[in-house]
Ligand binder design. Structure first.
Ligand code: ADP
Ligand code: MG
Length: 269
């Protein structure tokens, strides 16, 4: 049964969702609606057929990223009655079945989570506030701050760099970061002129190698900053992971999704 559910993922289950205008049955209903005086009733029937067609797409897909978010999400999933099959941490599988035949996990890159949920490839997901701000949040409900994967978005500089003085002088700062929107908004609000340099990894190296004056990055313990002779000089915002839900999925699969949100809400307390 579970094997079946697993192999069905993205096969039978996902592709059952037909593009509505091309469904022959709906075409007939639409023709009837246009040609008879029962247009209104026929349209209502069409609507119900459409809802039924979508509601019959059963199963819930949850997008998660490995690492921090995954580790801290497992206890929440368990509290919601969901246990992944096998050892997801060591497995190379990207689609993971669970003890519930109607729930599966997809493993995505942290910054891709909102995109999977936005387009409905996953119904639910768990993503850091940092990632959600950069994504923009289109098409997403964010019903819960789960309080996991906590860290801070900060401005960090090499020890001894006079950040306050540079800001006061109106100096133009070179800022290296993975979080362009967050950094742009932060410095714009302060009235600081910046050149933003987009990086994908190890921001700490940028000031050490002369690529940038300051970095905008996430820190939790501060250990990496310290090891590289950097210090946080400004907190931009606290960050934690949120539950995100596809807006259309919440409407069409409310009966399945609402209890999950409630279970997460209780477990997150
Ligand atoms: P990736 O390296 O693919 O971005 P991570 O597992 O490092 O994935 O981070 C995933 C999420 O964990 C981040 O988006 C952030 O919300 C959260 N996080 C918590 N603490 C930290 C930290 N010290 N550094 C980076 N991310 C952190
Ligand atoms: Mg990382």
């Amino acid at each position: 049964m579970l094997r079946q559910a697993e192999s069905d993922v993205f096969g039978a289950v996902r592709f059952k969702r037909l593009p509505e205008p091309s469904r022959p049955l709906l075409g007939v209903v639409r023709q009837v609606a246009l040609r008879t005086s029962h247009g209104c009733a026929a349209y209502r029937l069409e609507f119900f057929l459409w809802i039924f067609g979508n509601a019959s797409v059963s199963g819930i897909t949850i997008a998660l990223s490995k690492g921090r978010i995954f580790d801290e999400t497992l206890p929440l999933l368990r509290a919601a009655g969901i246990v992944p099959e096998g050892d997801p941490e060591s497995s190379r599988k990207l689609v993971i079945a669970t003890n519930r035949a109607d729930v599966r996990l997809v493993i995505v890159r942290a910054s891709d989570t909102p995109t999977y949920v936005q387009y409905g490839a996953a119904d639910l997901g768990i993503a850091g506030r940092d990632v959600l701000i950069e994504h923009g949040g289109m098409g997403l409900y964010q019903p819960l701050d789960l309080g996991i994967a906590r860290c801070r978005m900060v401005v960090a500089v090499p020890k001894g760099f006079d950040y306050a003085g540079a800001v006061k002088r109106g100096a133009r700062l070179r800022v290296a970061t993975k979080y362009l929107d967050t950094a742009r908004l932060h410095f714009a609000a302060k009235g600081v002129h910046v050149d933003l340099i987009k990086l994908y990894g190890s921001m700490e190296l940028a000031p050490l190698s002369g690529l940038a004056d300051v970095i905008v990055d996430l820190v939790s313990t501060g250990g990496t900053l310290k090891a590289n002779n950097l210090e946080a000089v400004e907190e931009i915002m606290p960050v934690s992971a949120r539950l995100i839900v596809n807006q259309a999925a919440l409407k069409l699969k409310r009966a399945e999704i609402a209890p999950l949100i409630e279970a997460f809400r209780k477990a997150a307390k």
